[in-house]
Design a protein around this ligand. Sequence first.
Ligand SMILES: [Zn+2]
Length: 457
Amino acid sequence: MTRKLMIFISFISTRYFKKWSDERSFRSWQDKRIINHVNKIRKASLFYKHLWGDIPSSEWRSFPIIDKQIMMDHFDELNTVGVDKESAFQVAIQSEKSRDFTPLMNGVTVGLSSGTSGNRGLFLASDAERYAWAGTVLAKVLPGTILDREKIAFFLRANSQLYSSVQGRTIQLAYYDLLDPIEQHIQRLNEYQPTILVGPPSLLRMLAEAMEMDILAIRPVKIVSIAEVLDPLNKLVIENAFNQTIHQIYQCTEGFLASTCHYGTLHFNEDIVCIEKEYIDRSLNKFIPVITDFNRISQPIIRYRLNDLITEQEFCPCGSHFTAIKSIDGRSDDMFYLPAMKDLSYIPIYPDFITRAILIASNELSEYKVIQWNKDQLEIMIKLRHDDAQGLVTNKIMTSLNELFGRLECIIPKLNFTAYQQPEKGTKLRRVERKWSIDDPALIRSYVSGSHPMARN
Ligand SMILES: [Zn+2]
């Protein structure tokens, strides 16, 4: 089958055929697909075969859960295309250095996921998987059909074979390397005039500011945020500058996880990935997703725990059967912990609580970032629209955060205010970051079943 035909079939099936009359028929369709898939993987992957032992495929929900560490530790036996980790890393790093992303290994594309240097992941994709992926993304992102002319400007950290599959006659795709200077992006965009703009929110934010300054003049019909958490501050600035709802794609090495419906609500792509919810706080609908991709064969992802914290949205007017996401709150290991006032436990503070407390304090904020350095010290980096408001804003943020900490009954930490610094080029923006860990995790207060103080409104 030709490349184009494969993309087209995937597009058509995602856009027009994956429809279910009700939630039950959808779940039963999904369950059947997963059972078929794990039957295949059991034969193809030595790692999973051993991991699952005698557990029947129909009871796949009892398979042990894995994570990135386990996946990387067992990479060679886990993948089904005979790629070994060391050589794959070499190929991927070489591609990144030379900016030539065409080399294949055993017929599959090798990519490097972002992450801190010691924690980088590898991803593999066969041609068939890449084309299916491209068709699915287009089905979920294109405002019209695959036959409409679109010019997509796609900003990413590294180009990869994965993305090159989309180039066609009706759909043009231009890559913008995030490592290039913003002035160059602006000039290229002015010439290219994209109809669809896809990039991380920190970049879209810079483009929004360039729009406000009249140095960028483009009129995209759709804007899609990828790769970083879209926080409410950037969302507001971007939506105002471009005068439209900003859409989102939640995609990582582990798969194409979620995309927005026409109401702008993110829904998990449960037609390709099954989501199990590991609740960390039921009263606040917060969970960590455990994902099972029931299409991917070269690097199977089955019952894989992500490092992301999600708040579920109970309802979306679009009526989709797929789980709706109220917010992606960031990485679960960026959750703050502060000592409790009344006992020796630590109170978890979700990243979105910090974000909200800061944003409601003042609308003078243009940038912010909060870092927990240790159990009693937070650094708050801010940049304001008007410098003379510094003292007032600092006080307001202090009051707002202290009110939050008071409600959560934790000991109020020392707050250090500093000037905002842009993240280094090529690194992801994280508004809330923890750079400290608790010696004894058993001390962390659990809200899995109990009611969280913030839920009692
Ligand atoms: Zn929806």
